[in-house]
Write a protein that binds this ligand. Sequence first.
Ligand code: PTJ
Length: 253
Amino acid sequence: RGIVPENHPRRDSILLRERLVEAMEKEIVVPQGLIAHGRGECFDYLIGEKTRDFAQIAIEEAAALLITAKNPVLSVNGNTAALVPTQLVELANTIPAKLEVNLFYRDTVREIAIEKALRQAGAKEVLGVGEDASETIPELFSQRRRVSKRGIFSADVVLLALEDGDRTEALTRIGKKVIAIDLNPLSRTSMKATVTIVDNVTRAIPALKEKVMELKRDPERVNRILESYDNREVLRKAMRYMAERLNQLSLDL
Ligand code: PTJ
């Protein structure tokens, strides 16, 4: 593929695009995933491509929930398998949590390609592939309703990213705590999740692993964090940050 100059100001962003296109050729990512990524890039511009305080607060809450969960599950789709396979496996090992493939555009070829990517990244077990995804989430009509009995079906805390609002809503309705990573604070997923991390998965997943390691050494802090969290306030902060940053940039012109 074309060489991206070392000093190109948008090098990292271009390399991520290359990674997604390569993953599409391996049938990990769907073409729609490229469009979804473009929407994410736009919101990432608005926050200056950094993990801001509203994301840090949500990451802390997410880490506390994952550590104290009975059966935490990390849900993996095409885009996250392409962008952060190793980081997802490391996060799952650190918590520890299960990894489950769950796709909007589900087909056997993709399930197997994603399982392979996760195993190459070091995963010992990958749920939600083939017959393992034989349970269903009630009142959900996309292919995302198919889940593993040992995984999302019996999970108390589910972490997901680049999600559609329907499943987030269906999962919370059946009593699960949902941690969503979504750069768009206006999406239905962001609004319906228990905890919304408005940040890029490429930054949020490693940051979450660091936070899990930190909080595991400090159980008292975990309880304090769990008592005081307000997701609406986090979303408000994210929206205000975007608006104020744009305003400031317009004044600086
Ligand atoms: O792999 P599949 O079959 O499960 O399909 C996955 C896609 C992404 C195609 C599917 O879930 C989809 O259509 O997603 P949406 O409805 O486009 O939602 C994607 C959301 O994720 C949008 O709100 C984007 O802003 C956000 N987003 C995109 N890239 C990133 C992101 N959030 C965090 N990090 C990103 N890198």
